[in-house]
Design a protein around this ligand. Structure first.
Ligand SMILES: [Zn+2]
Length: 57
């Protein structure tokens, strides 16, 4: 299973000056000097604890 999560923009300053760090999944922004990590959490198609019916009102 190949994991390829490549950010196109910095989530903090929205610049495209990202470059990968030595650790897999970690990136550094050359503009705002922030370093961050991408991690796959799972699928977000459903809300947790949902009973299939939404309560509103
Ligand atoms: Zn940045």
């Amino acid at each position: 299973m190949s994991e390829r999560a490549v950010p196109f923009h910095c989530p903090y300053c929205a610049e495209e000056t990202l470059r990968p760090l030595e650790t897999h999944g970690q990136w550094a922004c050359a503009s705002c000097r922030r370093a961050f990590a991408l991690r796959f959490l799972g699928l977000a198609g459903d809300t947790s604890g949902s009973t299939g019916e939404e309560v509103s009102g």
